[in-house]
Write a protein that binds this ligand. Structure first.
Ligand code: NDP
Length: 273
């Protein structure tokens, strides 16, 4: 019997997840049906329960439902707990299990696909929203020399740094203070690029960086990537690899089989410069 999975979001027309999971299933010989569901803004839980009752085994969750899915879960794994959000659910009888693969997907993309080690790196992360919260534990597990968080609402970054202090060398600072530091890897985890805006990061903070990574994908050379390019950063990347790698982690969690991500990433990649 064909096993059922889905991605739920609103809007959902833009989603690449059915294509990605369809490719994984074909390549690994898994018999699955993966569909996109436009979730109701008022009745998200009803949509999830209806899918479960129809035999659904798992769901990816995208905006704006990551917090509601977290609240709905009966069990939450550590990465989801820290993020306070989930991007993947697994259904087992009455159990709704929540995990968050955004961070591990990003870490895998940076290390395995792009070839930049996080161990010993000086990292700057812009933003303190859901995607960044999901990424911080996987980053710290790689033992960077330093992880600095900067966010428009500074208290969110400083709260996160305090919360994570036991896991590694992490601190927060204001955008204005970034000019005094040097970084190897700079990650734009804000949503500014979705509105073609630039977070107020000074160009000088990018002067020694080897990699500038934009979490948004499919936007080409965003204002942040343009700033990095003009500052001479030799490698630019957007979040397409993260998207495919987080999907691969969910696929392994659901199916017990690891798909190859390279061909899917290559197919989806748009040249940035
Ligand atoms: P959230 O809404 O949770 O957080 C948004 C963050 O961006 C906040 O820290 C906010 O600051 C900051 N921000 C928004 N606008 C600006 C601006 N103009 N200048 C400076 N800071 C700004 O979003 P997510 O964490 O869910 O998403 C962040 C990005 O990551 C998006 O671009 C999203 O598309 C991308 N993403 C990519 C994924 C992938 O697989 N590649 C997966 C998930 C997300 P403040 O706290 O002050 O409001």
């Amino acid at each position: 019997m064909t096993d059922k999975y889905a991605v739920i979001g609103n809007p959902i027309g833009h989603t690449k997840s059915p294509m990605i999971h369809g490719s994984f299933a074909k390549d690994t010989g898994q018999d699955i049906d993966y569909v996109a569901i436009e979730g109701s803004l008022e009745h998200f839980a009803d949509d999830v329960h209806a899918f479960r009752k129809a035999g659904g085994l798992g769901m990816n969750v995208t905006a704006p439902f990551k917090l509601q899915a977290f609240a709905l879960a009966t069990e939450r794994l550590e990465r989801a707990e820290l993020a306070g959000a989930t991007n993947a659910l697994k259904f087992e009888g009455d159990r709704i299990i929540a995990d968050n693969f955004d961070g591990v997907g990003l870490t895998n993309d940076i290390q395995r696909n792009l070839g930049f080690a996080l161990k010993g790196a000086r990292m700057l992360v812009l933003g303190a929203g859901g995607a960044v919260r999901g990424a911080l534990l996987p980053f710290l597990a790689q033992q960077p020399e330093l992880l600095v968080l900067a966010n428009r609402t500074e208290s969110k970054a400083s709260d996160l740094a305090t919360q994570l202090g036991a896991h590694g060398r992490v601190h927060s600072c204001s955008y204005g203070d970034l000019a005094r530091e040097r970084f190897d890897i700079v990650i734009n985890g804000t949503s500014a690029s979705l509105k073609a805006e630039l977070p107020p990061v000074p160009a000088v903070a990018l002067r020694n960086a080897k990699l500038a990574y934009e979490l948004a994908y499919g936007k080409g050379l965003t204002p942040f990537l343009r700033l990095a390019h003009n500052a001479g950063v030799p490698k630019l990347a957007d979040g397409v690899g993260m998207l495919v790698e987080q999907a691969a982690e969910a696929f392994v969690w659901w199916r017990g089989v690891r798909p190859d991500t390279r061909a899917v990433i290559d197919r989806m990649t748009i040249p940035l410069v």
